[in-house]
Ligand binder design. Structure first.
Ligand code: PSU
Ligand code: MN
Length: 302
């Protein structure tokens, strides 16, 4: 077995106690240093406070880790040259002995491989606005179409084409439900402007859908629980619209492509909103982590 599962995570899984997988790309490439390390620790703490065990996932020196120790988390947050790994990069990183942070796609793949069913993140990747020219659709979507995991997120990043991303999720057969809302959340914003067809209101209801997925066995797809950032903590929608337009322009002008696009846009938003986008981002992730821990608890109680 190539996966290195920490003792704490292994014991929790063996005794059917709740475990929540956490991704590391948001730490290494999605948030500015040194705020990122504090946030990584805070997220693990939030999972523990809800009575679950956090399993932050990353690849270190060619070994995929599920559950990181203190120094390993510090490496992910602070090491220069730490790569960004989607699921397609995993075999390359393992064979090369490389270190990298895992995106939603790589984290979900490794978490499912370790037997973890619930995963919390900020916003999923999706279809980029320039898709007709660049064909840039995050590998997150395809992977979630064939991985049995529940992802609690604040929707997809608003830098993306949200309606197109929802359409692709439908085409790929990935279940999507709003948590306590019939609107699809907009990551920094509570409402992306798009509706969702299904609303779940309690962790027990989420767990019931997970059981139904297993009982039906029609496909191995994921469940996306879209949990909005509270309205009081969202980014001002006017500021969001203005700065996002600038960010997209700057990205096009700078010639940034591929994996670098998402970190470029997120960084631009942080720098041009005086940190307000960062606060909204952190509030969204915090809420997702807490909800994921409650879902994991409901899931293990059946
Ligand atoms: N959401 C955030 N910050 C991030 C990401 C999502 O708030 O950094 C990361 C996730 O790891 C997601 C990835 O899987 O961006 C998508 O990148 P790409 O568009 O290159 O597939
Ligand atoms: Mn991409």
């Amino acid at each position: 077995m190539v996966l290195v599962v920490s003792e704490e995570v292994r014991e929790a899984l063996d005794s059917r106690r709740p475990v929540v997988a956490l991704e590391s790309t948001i730490i290494a490439h999605g948030l500015p240093r040194p705020r990122n390390l504090r946030m990584a620790r805070e997220l693990e703490e939030a999972v523990r406070r809800e009575g679950a065990v956090p399993a932050t996932i990353a690849v270190l020196d060619g070994r995929p880790h599920v559950g990181l120790g203190k120094e390993q988390l510090e490496r992910v947050a602070g090491e220069d040259g730490i790569r960004k790994l989607g699921h397609r990069d995993l075999p390359l990183a393992v064979a090369a002995g490389a270190s990298g942070a895992t995106t939603v796609s790589a984290t979900a793949a490794l978490a499912a491989g370790a037997g973890i069913r619930v995963f919390a993140t900020g916003g999923l990747g999706g279809v980029h606005r320039e898709w007709t020219v660049t064909q840039d659709e995050s590998a997150d979507l395809g992977l979630l179409a064939r991985t049995r995991i529940t992802v609690v997120c604040a929707g997809v990043k608003s830098i993306l084409d949200v309606p197109a991303t929802l359409q692709r999720l439908e085409t790929l057969g990935v279940a999507v439900a709003g948590y306590g809302t019939d609107r699809f959340p907009g990551f920094y914003l509570s409402d992306s402007g798009q509706p969702v067809d299904w609303t779940l209101r309690t962790p027990e209801q989420v767990a019931a859908v997970m059981r139904a997925q297993d009982a039906l066995g029609v496909s191995e797809s994921a469940l996306i629980v879209a949990n909005p950032v509270p309205v009081e903590e969202q980014l001002d929608p006017e500021v969001h619209a203005r700065v996002l337009a600038d960010a997209l322009r700057a990205c096009a002008e700078s010639g940034v492509t591929g994996q670098a696009v998402t970190p470029f846009l997120l960084d631009h938003l942080v720098r041009h909103t005086d940190g307000a986008s960062l606060s909204a981002n952190l509030a969204a992730v915090r809420g997702n982590v807490r909800l994921a821990a409650r879902v994991a608890a409901a899931w293990t109680q059946v």
